[in-house]
Design a binder for this molecule. Structure first.
Ligand code: NAI
Length: 333
């Protein structure tokens, strides 16, 4: 049995804490911390854990074997390095950090401690549909991968959501998927101007079309549209030299009536990827037990942030932008 501490008990942290307490086998949550003490107390009570006074108290707690970090992105690097400093494995929600400079500090800390302790919360790698697409690609059934078409649509976003966040919070998932599916780094990005939806908040560029180019020339196009209204819809189609592999949206039922068939599309990311979050946590806990981890690494977190930073430069300049990556340390091979 692994004992987990959770830092940040907002939407994701509370969901993770509840899954780890009730659904993931071989795990329990002993302590939680949130700067919002009322929220931490409520989550702690609901799962029989204790709310502590500081993040460091979670990390240093003698019973805690590993830590989940689900605070806002700008706090991730510092908290992750504190967990590394204590020699404790950490599942850090995406992004590993909002800037590559901070990500590189995390890579340095992890390498200095000599152990792979960090997993980043790119949960799509644990989604059954994405895993099937990857296994088709790797099995060679569709030949050489040439193009990947992705859609990322949300019904709406809060007024605080910005054009940059479409890239750093939403497209970052497609960035990770593109790297994972192709097994290659992304070397350039372009953000193509698109006519604005009249339903987008003032100042928000929505939709956006993003092009990512991999080292061998695979092109990934991503439509990100956060005011799509009708549902939460994520799609992915890999075009190969011999065929196409596409992600199907999981549905549980369909109604056929009046000469038509209607099926349900999930209305939010929690419904769509609930299974993936659970599988991600189970794999992480199993890896802790086995002493081996093969989820998205700190390097994957750094590379995704580097591509997102390049997208931000493309958004600003309107030009195709090179991704700046340091050489991959052998530690991450
Ligand atoms: P949220 O705003 O619901 O929760 C964040 C919580 O962190 C709040 O309760 C806040 O009080 C707390 N907090 C802020 N600073 C803190 C600090 N220094 N120490 C401790 N607690 C602190 O945000 P949400 O949606 O839960 O997002 C959290 C993280 O999860 C973000 O990094 C976000 O990008 C990521 N996320 C990942 C998703 C995925 O699909 N993998 C989906 C949604 C969010």
């Amino acid at each position: 049995m692994k004992t987990i501490g959770v830092i940040g008990t907002g939407n994701m942290g509370a969901d993770h804490a509840r899954r780890l307490s009730g659904k993931v086998s071989g795990a329990r949550v002993a302590t939680v911390f949130d700067v919002d003490q009322a929220r931490a107390g409520e989550v702690a009570r609901s799962i029989g854990a204790t709310a502590v006074a500081r993040a460091q108290d979670v990390i240093d707690h003698p019973e805690v074997d590993a830590v989940v970090i689900a605070t806002p992105g700008e706090t991730h690097a510092e908290l992750t390095m504190a967990a590394i400093g204590a020699g404790k494995p950490v599942l850090c929600e995406k992004p590993l950090a909002p800037t590559t400079a901070e990500c590189l500090q995390v890579l340095k800390a992890e390498q200095s401690c000599g152990k792979h302790l960090v997993q980043v919360g790119f949960m799509r790698r644990f989604d059954h549909g994405y895993q099937e697409v990857k296994s088709v690609v790797e099995g060679g059934d569709i030949g050489d991968v040439l193009i990947v078409h992705c859609l990322h649509r949300n019904p709406t976003v809060p007024p605080s959501f910005t054009s940059d966040m479409s890239l750093t919070d939403s497209v970052v998932h497609e960035i990770d998927v593109a790297r994972w599916l192709s097994g290659e780094e992304i070397v350039s990005t372009s953000v193509v101007p698109v006519r604005r939806s009249p339903l987008a908040a003032p100042g928000l560029r929505d939709p956006q079309l993003v092009l990512l180019e991999s080292s061998s020339g695979v092109v990934v196009d991503v439509e990100v549209f956060v005011n799509a209204r009708y549902a939460y819809d994520v799609r992915c189609e890999v075009v190969g030299s011999l065929g196409v592999a596409s992600l199907e949206t999981p549905t549980v039922s369909a109604v056929r009536r009046d000469g038509m068939s209607r099926s349900v599309v999930p209305d939010n990311w929690r419904t769509r990827f609930g299974g993936a979050y659970l599988a991600e946590l189970q794999a992480w806990v199993d890896g802790l037990e086995a002493g081996s981890a093969d989820g998205p690494s700190a390097w994957d977190g750094y590379a995704a942030t580097a591509v997102a930073e390049s997208c931000l430069r493309s958004l600003e300049s309107g030009e195709r932008t090179r991704v700046e990556l340091v050489d991959k340390p052998a530690f991450y091979n």
